[in-house]
Design a protein around this ligand. Structure first.
Ligand code: S3P
Length: 173
């Protein structure tokens, strides 16, 4: 059994490439609580990858699934929940998260984000003629939402994952 139970689920929000999954997983391990990942849940429920879901069913369908999965995960277990980069844009999602979770915005600057996503082909929203410009535009449009998170932790390019975990814990305490 875990040493203690969290009162709320810690919900990682922020841009693609901010480190939500890596830091969230390491934070859960450090705390000895379950790690939950909305993107991974959507993929395993659909038995398809996220690019496949976007291509076959579209972003709207994905967003509906995402809200359902976040609601279910927030009900099922308290732990650390990593969300996809678009999840915190929805007022419905923000409401669920604020009621049952403590949200943490992992904020990294554009260069850091770009360096982490540029070699991957897993983000359908970046399949554009100029993906760096797309990433930049998304970032700018989303800051007003991310900044509504309960806490902000800066994720610079040099910080190791365990250092990021230290920062999140320091912000939570
Ligand atoms: C998205 C981010 C992705 C995934 C989907 C949409 C977004 O998650 O949910 O491709 O809108 O920013 P990550 O933030 O884990 O890459």
């Amino acid at each position: 059994a875990a040493a203690f139970e969290l009162r709320k689920t810690v919900v990682m929000v922020g841009m693609m490439g901010a480190g939500k999954t890596a830091v969230g997983r390491a934070l859960a391990a450090r705390l000895g609580v379950p790690f939950l990942d909305s993107d991974a849940e959507i993929e395993s429920a659909a038995n398809m990858s996220i690019p496949e879901i976007f291509a076959r069913d579209g972003e709207k369908f994905f967003r509906r699934k995402e809200s359902q999965v976040i609601g279910r995960l927030l009900n099922e277990a308290r732990g650390v929940l990593s969300t996809g980069g678009g999840a915190f844009l929805s007022a419905e999602n923000r409401k669920m998260i604020s009621e049952r979770g403590a949200s943490v915005w992992l904020n990294a600057d554009l260069d850091v984000l770009w360096n982490r996503v540029r070699h991957k082909d897993t983000r359908p929203l970046l399949r554009t003629a100029d993906p760096r410009a797309t990433l930049s535009g998304l970032f700018e449009a989303r800051v007003p939402f991310y900044s509504q998170a309960d806490l902000t932790v800066v994720s610079d390019g040099d910080a190791a994952i365990e250092e990021m975990v230290d920062r999140v814990i320091a912000a939570l305490l």
